[in-house]
Design a protein around this ligand. Structure first.
Ligand code: ZNH
Length: 145
């Protein structure tokens, strides 16, 4: 499913990503652009303005948790579905996250990465990166019925 070129591209983008920087920014971004995603983060306090959400420690911490999970997908690129089966079930059964929001978050991650990498994210690299995130979104949705 993945060519050698795609594997090395995903690995090289991942290597340039600082989880502690991109995670908080990407999670803040989904909350700013899609304010209704706030409904899943009832215990996070004030996240209704850009300033508040960008300075919220719980948002930052959770952004890092999500990006650390992406590290597992990078390292298990041939079995992302298996790697995320339990996580998918948790989001379906317990957290009740609408699976459409996985795609929204994936796009927010790409936007945040693009702002950081600038021209290093060439069209080809971006296409491969988005293919990788599509596989993540597919795996996160796999246990939904
Ligand atoms: Zn999620 C949680 C991942 C998306 C919401 N997450 C979580 C965790 C992880 C994750 C790892 C932890 C778990 C445990 O603890 O065990 N996510 C993830 C990923 C993704 C996601 C990878 C994709 C890509 N999420 C998501 C979204 C949302 C969410 C989109 C909404 C909007 N999550 C969530 C919540 C939680 C989680 C709410 C819980 C939190 C707390 O509580 O802290």
């Amino acid at each position: 499913k993945w060519t050698d070129k795609e594997r090395s591209t995903v690995a090289s983008v991942w290597e340039k990503i600082d989880i502690d920087e991109i995670g908080p920014q990407a999670l803040a971004r989904i909350l700013i652009v899609y304010p209704w995603t706030e409904r899943y983060f009832g215990t996070f306090g004030d996240i209704f303005t850009a300033t508040a959400v960008l300075n919220n420690d719980k948002v930052a911490a959770h952004g890092k948790v999500v990006m650390k999970a992406l590290d597992k997908a990078v390292k298990n690129i041939d079995n992302i579905r298996g790697t995320y089966a339990d996580l998918s079930r948790l989001h379906y059964e317990t957290l009740r996250v609408d699976p459409d929001t996985f795609k929204l978050l994936a796009d927010c991650i790409t936007i945040t990465v693009a702002c950081k990498l600038k021209s290093a994210l060439s069209p080809q690299v971006q296409a491969t990166w988005q293919k990788f995130l599509s596989a993540v979104v597919d795996a996160m949705s796999s246990q939904y019925e």
